[in-house]
Design a protein around this ligand. Structure first.
Ligand code: AMP
Length: 277
């Protein structure tokens, strides 16, 4: 496994491969990230991973400075997972003085994570576009955990004609249902015990949908009710949205829906989602 820090080195290393699978991450890796790597390993002859905590996708009052980092541990995990190339740029390498071009999707900023985190998807789309240009992957792997991100990336690739295939990998969960996230380390033991309430709320709504319920408001109410059983959980939004436009639905139609939520446990903000087919 080769680990490189500059764009020039990454380009040189990439040239050694033909078809390449690529997994962009912010590091502090867990089994969710490794599921993406494993799928890439199955589908591609070589695999590259990037580790970059991207400052432009964090708001001014978000957790950029304290986002967990452990590059030595990440490299050991990636080596063991059979990764060929790791790209670990500095902020100065990715955003040198004078940097001034961004990829924006105004529609994404109006709903869900985009509405809750102004500028977030501008940062995500810009850094993913840059990483695609540097690594030039054949396929790139993203987690369903960040559902709106998968939609933003797919739209960017389509709109800007970027020659990469986007693959979505199912959310990896703890045995109690909590979706794996680098941010779970922020949770106190009490918050950690309460955190599976997101999964319980999603599952309750999914069960009502399976039993025939098609009212968006009824399913939002089911999720809010379950979340209310956990006093430490403060919902930021609870959504039943169209799976492509992410607009809130009154009635779920033949295309199904995306159930999603952002819930605060004091300073820690968790998201989760569930696709209704
Ligand atoms: P991050 O390091 O949080 O930017 O995540 C890097 C990639 O891993 C993104 O495509 C995430 O959606 C994906 N990911 C994060 N957590 C999970 C999870 N629990 N299951 C599956 N994919 C995940």
């Amino acid at each position: 496994m080769q680990a490189v820090h500059t764009i020039a080195e990454a380009r040189r290393a990439r040239a050694a491969f033909d078809e390449l699978g690529f997994v962009p991450t912010m590091g502090y890796l867990h089994q969710g990230h490794l599921a993406l790597v494993e799928q890439a390993r199955v589908e591609c002859p070589a695999v590259a991973v990037s580790i970059f905590v991207n400052p432009t996708q964090f708001g001014p009052h978000e957790d950029y400075a304290r986002y967990p980092r452990d590059t030595a541990r990440d490299l050991a995990l990636l080596e063991a997972a059979g990764v060929d190339l790791v790209f670990i740029p500095t902020v100065e390498e990715m955003y040198p003085p004078g940097f001034g071009t961004y990829v924006i999707q105004p529609a994404a900023d109006e709903v869900l994570e985009g509405a809750a985190r102004p500028g977030h998807f501008r940062g995500v789309a810009t850094v993913v576009c840059k990483l695609f240009n540097i690594i030039q992957p054949t396929k790139s792997y993203f987690g369903q955990k960040d559902a709106q991100q998968t939609i933003v990336v797919r739209q960017m690739v389509r709109d800007l004609n970027i020659p990469v295939e986007i693959v979505i990998v199912p959310t990896v969960r703890e045995p109690d249902g909590l979706a794996l996230s680098s941010r779970n380390v922020y949770l106190t033991p009490e918050q950690r015990a309460a955190a599976p309430v997101l999964y319980r709320a999603l599952r309750a709504a999914a069960e009502r949908y399976a039993a025939g319920e098609r009212s968006g408001e009824m399913l939002r109410a089911v999720m809010r009710e379950v979340l209310a059983t956990e006093p430490l959980a403060k919902p930021e939004y609870v959504s039943v949205a169209h799976p492509h436009t992410l607009r809130e639905l009154d009635q779920i139609g033949p295309e199904g829906a995306l159930l999603s939520m952002a819930v605060r446990f004091d300073q820690v903000r968790l998201i989760d989602n569930w696709v209704l087919l």
